[in-house]
Design a protein around this ligand. Structure first.
Ligand code: ADP
Ligand code: MG
Ligand code: ZN
Length: 486
C-alpha cells in the first residue's frame, strides 16, 4: 500500500460495579434478568429525580486510568450530552467532556512479535443507555425498550491515532480487554456487549506527517467485526484516494451480513450535542491519597504477569501470553504447577493449553466450570511424567476426568491402565513380534531400516498401548542388533 493506515480507537467498557452510575439500582446481567426490573426514577429519567455519583465507579475508573499510566485530574466535571433517542430516557447522557477523569496515558501492546507503546488521550466516566429491540410484524413494526442497562457505569478509553495496522488494533483491543479483566472492573464477555468499540480510520501517503480525513465506524461489538470493518474501510479509502478524490468525513455503521460500512451521517449533519456542565452534580474531586491507595492496590497486570511466567516457569512467550491473558487461567496454571513441582511447568502448560483448552472449546465451558481442578490436572501430569502411564493413556485418562470428574489415580486403578515398565514383559513382547513376522525381519536385515517404526507400532499394539514406549524402543533396537550379528 502507498498509504499508511492511521487508526484511533474509542473503547466503551461497562464497569462491574454493584449499582448504577447515579442511582442505587443494581447492575444486572441483561441476558439473565427480566427487562425493566432494575429501574428507578433516576435512571428512568423522571423529572425532578437527582443523580448521586457512584464512588465505586470512580474507583474502578481510577484503577484503569492508573494502569494506563494516565495523569489523574484533581477535579473533573460531568456534562450533559444532549440528544433525543428512545433508549435515553432523560434526553441527555451524563458524560465527561472538557474535563475528563484522566488524560495522557500509555499502553504497551503486542502486534506480532513487537511491542509498541500507544498513547492514551483520555479516560472518562459516563452512563450507558437503555437497550432497544426492534420488532418487525405484519401488523406493524414496533420497538421494545429495556432500561436495565440505562445508567450502568461506562468507562470510555480514547487512544491517540497511533495504530497503523489491523494487527496493532487487535493487539490493542485484546490487550485492553485483558487489562480490564485483570483489574476486575469488567467481565470481558464480548458476547454480552460489555466492551464496545468505535474505530476512527484514515489513510495518509507514506512519509507524510499530516493526518488524512477520517471516518468514524460506530458500534463494533466484537474483535472480528472491528477488524473486518477496518480492513473494508482501508480498502475503500485507498480506492477513493487512488482515483484522486477525497474521503468524506462522516460517521459510518458496519453491516456484518453485507460485510460493508454504510453512511450514517456526514460532518454537516453531525449532532450538535450542546454540551454543558451537569448542574445536578458537583465537580468530582479526587484527592492525592485516594490515587495513592488505588495505585497501591493494583494487581499484577497482564504484561507483568507474562514476563513473570516466562522468567519463573521458563515458558515460551507464546504460552505465557495465552496463560497470562485471563487471570482465571493464569491462577489455575500456577496452582497446578505448584501442586506438581516435580513436573516441568512447560508440561503442565501443554496439558492445559492443548487437551484441556480443546475440551473447553468443544464443551463451551470455562476453565472455572470444568470438572477438573488444578490439583487434578497436576495428578494427571505427575502420572505421565513419572511413567506410571504413557502419554497416549494420559490423554484417555484426562478425557475421562473431564467427562466423569474422577481423579487420575482412581481412573488408572479402576481401568487397570498402569503403564507396563516391567523389562521382562517388554523383552518378551518384542521377541514375540519379531518371531511372528519373519518376512519383515528379513526385509529389515536386508537394509529396509524404516521397518523399525513398523515393529515399534506392532509391539505397542501387542501391549495394548500400555507399554512404556521408551523401553520398547531401546529393547527393539537391542534385539534387532542381535539379529544383525547372528
Ligand atoms: P470525536 O469526539 O469527534 O469522536 P476526537 O477528535 O476526540 O473525536 O477523536 C476521537 C478518536 O479519533 C481518537 O481516538 C483519535 O485518536 C482518533 N482520530 C482523530 N483524528 C484521526 C485521524 N485523522 N485518523 C484516524 N483517527 C483519528
Ligand atoms: Mg468519537
Ligand atoms: Zn436507577
Amino acid at each position: 500500500m502507498r498509504f499508511q493506515p492511521v487508526i484511533g480507537l474509542e473503547v466503551h467498557a461497562e464497569l462491574l460495579t454493584h449499582s448504577k452510575m447515579f442511582c442505587a439500582c443494581p447492575v444486572v446481567d441483561s441476558t439473565q434478568v427480566r427487562p425493566n426490573t432494575a429501574v428507578c426514577p433516576v435512571c428512568a429519567g423522571m423529572p425532578g429525580a437527582l443523580p448521586v455519583l457512584n464512588r465505586q465507579a470512580v474507583g474502578y475508573g481510577l484503577r484503569v486510568a492508573l494502569a494506563l499510566e494516565c495523569s489523574i485530574a484533581h477535579t473533573s466535571l460531568f456534562a450533559r450530552k444532549n440528544y433525543f433517542y428512545p433508549d435515553l430516557p432523560k434526553g441527555y447522557q451524563i458524560s465527561q467532556f472538557e474535563y475528563p477523569l484522566a488524560v495522557n496515558g500509555l499502553f504497551v501492546i503486542e502486534a506480532g512479535d513487537v511491542e509498541r507503546a500507544i498513547r492514551i488521550r483520555r479516560v472518562h466516566l459516563e452512563e450507558d443507555t437503555g437497550k432497544l429491540t426492534h420488532v418487525r410484524k405484519e401488523s406493524g413494526d414496533y420497538s421494545l425498550v429495556d432500561l436495565n442497562r440505562a445508567g450502568v457505569p461506562l468507562l470510555e478509553i480514547v487512544s491517540e491515532p497511533d495504530l497503523h495496522s489491523v494487527e496493532e488494533v487487535r493487539g490493542y483491543a485484546m490487550g485492553l480487554r485483558a487489562l480490564l479483566r485483570a483489574l476486575s472492573v469488567n467481565s470481558g464477555d464480548m458476547e454480552k456487549g460489555v466492551i464496545r468499540f468505535e474505530a476512527n480510520v484514515s489513510l495518509r501517503p507514506l512519509g507524510v506527517e499530516e493526518l488524512g480525513t477520517r471516518v468514524e465506524i460506530k458500534n463494533l461489538n466484537s474483535f472480528r467485526s472491528m477488524e473486518r470493518a477496518i480492513l473494508y474501510e482501508l480498502e475503500r479509502q485507498a480506492a477513493i484516494l487512488d482515483a484522486g478524490s477525497r474521503v468524506n468525513q462522516e460517521t459510518l455503521g458496519w453491516d456484518e451480513t453485507a460485510g460493508s460500512t454504510y453512511a450514517q451521517r456526514s460532518k454537516e449533519e453531525a449532532h450538535d450535542y450542546r454540551y454543558f456542565p451537569e448542574p445536578d452534580l458537583p465537580p468530582l474531586v479526587v484527592e492525592k491519597d485516594w490515587i495513592e491507595r488505588v495505585a497501591a492496590g493494583l494487581p499484577e497486570l497482564p504484561r507483568q504477569k507474562k514476563q513473570r511466567l516466562i522468567s519463573q516457569f521458563g515458558l515460551s512467550e507464546y504460552d505465557a501470553r495465552l496463560l497470562g491473558e485471563d487471570p482465571d487461567v493464569a491462577r489455575y496454571f500456577e496452582q497446578a504447577a505448584a501442586a506438581a513441582p516435580e513436573v516441568p511447568a512447560k508440561t503442565i502448560a501443554n496439558w492445559l493449553l492443548g487437551e484441556v483448552f480443546g475440551w473447553l472449546k468443544q464443551s463451551g465451558l470455562t476453565l472455572v466450570q470444568a470438572p477438573i481442578s488444578p490439583s487434578g490436572l497436576a495428578g494427571l501430569a505427575r502420572a505421565v511424567n513419572s511413567g506410571q502411564i504413557n502419554l497416549t493413556t494420559g490423554k484417555t485418562v484426562l478425557s475421562e476426568m473431564l467427562n466423569s470428574g474422577g481423579s487420575a489415580d482412581e481412573i488408572i486403578q479402576a481401568r487397570g491402565l498402569e503403564q507396563i515398565s516391567d523389562e521382562r514383559v517388554v523383552t518378551d513382547l518384542v521377541g514375540k513380534v519379531l518371531v511372528d513376522h519373519p518376512q519383515e525381519l528379513a526385509a529389515y536385515l536386508n537394509g529396509k531400516e524404516t521397518l523399525v517404526n513398523w515393529f515399534f507400532g506392532q509391539v505397542m499394539k501387542a501391549g495394548g498401548g500400555q507399554v512404556n514406549p521408551g523401553l520398547v524402543r531401546a529393547e527393539l533396537a537391542r534385539q534387532l542388533r542381535e539379529h544383525k550379528k547372528s
